[in-house]
Design a binder for this molecule. Structure first.
Ligand code: KG4
Ligand code: ZN
Length: 334
């Protein structure tokens, strides 16, 4: 049995978790900073770093208490070292280094995006474990900072098929929510508003970028802005939210399904905050020719368990990081 402590501070969640054998969650504590950033309509890096500093140790303590595990019960410390906000990453990485050094535990640096991939391996403690995705599979990683389409050929072997050329999918949701006067974070707000809306009322542009697996969402954002400016008050917010969400989901699903076909992938997996989006999950399952795996909604957004899950695979492969490991804010997955 291998028990790994996972630490995550790449953006605005301070998170720590204990995961057994890369799958079974013994604890998973996440302190979100949404209230701190809400009035700015987005994450303010310096505010995030300071909040991580104040919250990291209590969150860590809670994670260890909830797992009912002492230091001697841990086999390694896994931590996100990129991509993300430099100042935010530094807090988690330095705490992880200090713990690893003081307790004589191996340190394992994890790519945050890899964490989103391995969220698909997680099982709540006590729950029955389903199967894991068969290799090779295509993973759509869509969050506030990233939109990457990745072929996972084997454990830890990634090939990037496409990425966004401008805004990330989650960023597009956040900007659209701001345009529509819906709060922050935008994804859940748009999804909720869209429930009462007609997604066919406003045909918004889809950037297909023919033949490419890249994404582009800035044109859609501009189109929404222009449309809103041309409409009178009160705005038909539900129909606008539904039409916007439909455009994003349509592109994400079409490109992911196409990539799965092109690469003869055996499954599609989702990861990242936008993977919490219900219509995205539903349409992907309906249109995919291969099985679709999505983490439970709370494990789509940033958490420590996914870092521990990815850390476990690296640990098994013999990967060990030195205490000179530094943050890499632009770390790519491949
Ligand atoms: O993975 P995550 O927690 O943090 C980053 O690494 O960025 O993703 C946060 C992003 C935000 O942009 C948020 O609006 C989006 O995920 N999000 C959603 C939903 N829940 C969160 N987007 C669409 N639908 C949702 N239900
Ligand atoms: Zn993330």
């Amino acid at each position: 049995m291998t028990r790994i402590l996972g630490i995550e501070t790449s953006c605005d969640e301070t998170a720590a978790a204990v995961v057994r054998d890369g799958r079974f969650i013994e604890s998973n504590r996440v302190a979100a900073q949404i209230e701190l950033h809400r009035r700015y309509g987005g994450v303010v890096p310096e505010v995030a770093s300071r909040a991580h500093l104040a919250t990291m140790l209590p969150v860590l303590q809670e994670a260890l208490e909830q797992a009912q595990v002492g230091w001697s019960g841990l086999d390694a410390v896994a931590v996100t070292y990129g991509p993300g906000l430099a100042g935010a990453l530094l807090v988690g990485l330095n705490v992880a280094k200090a713990l690893a050094y003081a307790r004589g535990l191996p340190l394992i640096g994890v790519n945050h995006l890899e964490g989103h991939v391995y969220a698909n391996w997680l099982v709540a403690d006590g729950a029955v474990a389903d199967g894991t995705p068969p290799f090779p599979f295509v993973c759509l990683i869509v969050s506030g900072g990233h939109s990457d389409l990745v072929l996972v050929e084997q454990h830890l072997r990634y090939r990037r098929l496409g990425r966004t050329r401008d805004d990330a999918a989650g960023e597009a949701f956040d900007k659209a929510a701001r345009i529509l006067g819906l709060g922050y974070p935008g994804g859940p707000a748009i999804q909720q508003a869209a429930e009462q809306g007609d997604r066919r009322r406003f045909p918004l542009p889809r950037a297909w970028l023919a033949g490419s697996s890249d994404f582009s969402f800035s044109g859609l954002k501009t189109a929404l802005l222009r449309l809103v400016a041309s409409l009178g008050q009160p705005l038909p917010v539900a129909d606008l939210a539904a039409s916007f969400q439909d455009a994003v989901v349509d592109v994400l699903v079409s490109k992911t399904v196409q990539a799965a076909r092109d690469t003869s992938a055996r499954a599609i997996t989702l990861g990242g905050g936008v993977a919490a989006n219900l219509p995205l999950r539903q349409h992907m399952a309906e249109r995919s020719p291969v099985p679709v795996y999505c983490p439970p909604v709370p494990l789509c957004t940033d958490n420590g368990a996914m870092i521990a899950a990815a850390g476990f695979v690296r640990y098994q492969a013999g990967a060990r990081s030195g205490l000179d490991l530094d943050v890499v804010p632009n770390l790519p997955i491949a």
